[in-house]
Ligand binder design. Structure first.
Ligand code: BV8
Length: 295
């Protein structure tokens, strides 16, 4: 079935119709992705200009990749920390934080590890960072070793990684992702050891592929969704390919008439296919659209 035959719901991109639905909505969930931080200047993962364009995610964001070459993987994350530290939250982050302040029944799930929601003062009890944070440091022996420490400042994370942050201006393609750029190999011995178990290496506190998300957090989200009908789900700036994050929007529909509101740069066939009566789709920059929609 071609996208031509797909009928989009009436008023799917009407802001007045959305505002009416928002006024009637009590329990609201948001699922955010890299597109929310794009306007802040952080590249997304997939698509043109994506961080993973020259690599697939499993080169960089898996325990095996870290096991094989921790220095290589740390260069990528030192760069991501460096960039996240040099940019600021955008009006999209602030609009979500303002909605949380106004409505205690609004819960924001974010796949982003850039700490921009926190810097936008999003109420912590209404924010769940599904994939952890670049600014948490764990032990490579996780979960056996439970060491975790917040480190908001070190840039580069350790002296051995200075190559990643000195010669890379924010927004520049990391030498790592530019295959032409020969990178010095950083031996694991130059990376800081875990201060707790003394055997592991300190690693970024993010959830890699094939790693489980925090179980307590998942149980909490499950309970929140099952507690009562969810009136609205905002799906903001995500390609919705990574699970379990990608599954939440459709899962909320089972409880009742849930309006799924997507904010994305493109209305792709996959999204068109999933749209139902009462859903909305706003095409454009989340940093511009969210303030218009939520304030
Ligand atoms: C797990 C952290 C199990 C690191 C990331 C079920 C079905 C299928 C697969 C699986 C499944 N369950 C598990 C899997 C495997 C895997 C998975 O989902 N694979 C996919 C790729 C098929 N999932 C996992 O491995 C997860 N773990 O389930 O564990 C388990 C259980 C018990 C015991 C052991 C294991 C862990 C997933 C977490 C991976 N970590 N990141 C890091 O950041 O480096 S994922 C990474 O991609 C990011 O965190 C991000 O969250 C995620 C998705 O990317 P997006 O945020 O969507 O960004 P993207 O670039 O893709 O898209 C940007 C979008 O924004 C685009 O749509 C674009 O159009 C739009 N946009 C751009 N600019 C703007 C905009 N929109 C608005 N405004 C703009 N200005």
């Amino acid at each position: 079935w071609s996208s031509k035959s797909m009928v989009l719901p009436k008023g799917y991109n009407s802001i007045p119709a959305f505002h009416k639905k928002l006024l009637e909505s009590k329990r609201i969930l948001a699922v955010c992705g890299a597109g929310l931080s794009a306007a802040s200047g952080l590249p997304t993962f997939r698509g043109a200009g994506g961080l993973w364009r020259n690599h697939n995610a499993t080169d960089l964001a898996t325990p095996d990749a870290f096991e094989d070459d921790p220095g290589f993987v740390w260069l990528f994350y030192a760069y991501r920390r460096h960039m996240a530290l040099t940019v600021k939250p955008n009006p999209g982050h602030y609009a979500l934080a303002a909605l949380a302040e106004k409505n205690p029944d609004f819960l924001c799930l974010s796949q982003n590890v850039d700490n921009l929601h926190v810097r936008a003062k999003h109420p912590p009890s209404q924010l769940r960072l599904l994939h952890g944070s670049l600014f948490d440091i764990k032990c490579s022996n996780t979960p056996k070793c439970e060491y975790i420490e917040r480190n908001n400042t070190a840039d580069p994370f350790c002296p051995a990684l200075s190559a990643a942050s000195e010669d890379v201006e924010p927004g520049q393609t990391l030498p790592l992702l530019d295959p032409k750029h020969e990178l010095a190999h950083i031996p694991a011995s130059e990376l800081p050891k875990c201060p707790e178990c003394k055997t592991g290496i300190q690693r970024p506190g993010v959830v890699w592929f094939y790693e489980p998300l925090d179980k307590d957090m998942l149980d909490e989200i499950e309970a929140w969704i099952n507690e009562d009908v969810v009136d609205m789900v905002l799906v903001v700036g995500t390609s919705s390919v990574v699970h379990p994050a990608a599954g939440y929007a459709e899962r909320t529909r089972t409880k009742g008439k849930t309006s799924i509101v997507t904010v994305n740069m493109e209305l792709d066939t996959q999204s068109k296919r999933k749209m139902r009566e009462g859903d909305f789709f706003f095409i454009g920059d989340a940093a511009v659209l969210l303030p218009q929609l939520l304030e």
